[in-house]
Design a binder for this molecule. Structure first.
Ligand SMILES: [Zn+2]
Ligand SMILES: [Zn+2]
Length: 208
């Protein structure tokens, strides 16, 4: 599995191109993402944009990118319904309107895209997902966990700390070597250790 991290501005989410055919999150800056994608994939080759959750910094550019490449947009059904709401999608935080996206594929968890398995990881949002590749032992962790024991905030619309802890617990049972988070740097080895640290930190934060 070949993964390319696209360049973004500091407040924007990471977007990852996988084998030229899957884009994980689209960021907010569609023009920049389309230009970068144009060097590595083409219409017809990029098939699916999988959104890890509804937040604007991950989904804002999805509609334009999908249109430019003829790709389909997939998102968990629980976050699909939040996309059109400026508060729930956190678009208002970025001074933007809700992203007008009509998803093509509604996920529940358990779906397979190439070598990637969809794991429903609610807590940061109700329909947050992670994508796990058991062959390369890599995880696209969205805003559920980050490097150095970081974890997603739960004080936004639909956030739930107990659910987030359950989700991180689920992730901590996976064998993860490389982790591609929604923000910050890629963890390039022994990511399972960092996920366990995230679980500890989230438990400490919640006082459980
Ligand atoms: Zn984010
Ligand atoms: Zn988020």
């Amino acid at each position: 599995m070949q993964v390319l991290k696209l360049k973004n501005s500091s407040y924007d989410a990471n977007a990852y191109l996988i084998d030229g055919s899957i884009l994980v999150d689209a960021g907010m800056d569609a023009v920049s993402i389309i230009l970068q994608l144009g060097k590595h994939t083409r219409p017809g080759e990029l098939k699916t944009i999988i959104l890890t959750h509804c937040h604007y910094d991950h989904s804002g550019g999805a509609r334009e990118v999908a249109k430019a490449f003829g790709a389909k947009i997939a998102i968990h059904e629980k976050d699909a319904e939040l996309l059109g709401n400026a508060n729930a999608s956190a678009a208002s935080l970025f001074g933007e309107k809700a992203p007008s996206i009509v998803p093509d594929i509604l996920l529940k968890g358990g779906e397979i895209f190439g070598e990637l398995e969809v794991i429903h990881t609610p807590g940061h949002t109700p329909g947050g997902i992670c994508l796990y590749n058991p062959v390369s032992k890599s995880l696209f962790s969205g805003d559920t966990v980050f490097q150095d024991g970081g974890f997603g905030r739960t004080d936004l619309y639909g956030g739930n700390t107990q659910k987030l802890i359950e989700s991180i617990k689920k992730l901590s049972t996976l064998d993860v070597n490389v982790m591609y988070p929604g923000h910050g740097d890629i963890v390039d080895s022994e990511a399972s250790e960092q996920i366990k640290l995230s679980l500890m930190m989230a438990r400490e934060y919640s006082g459980t």
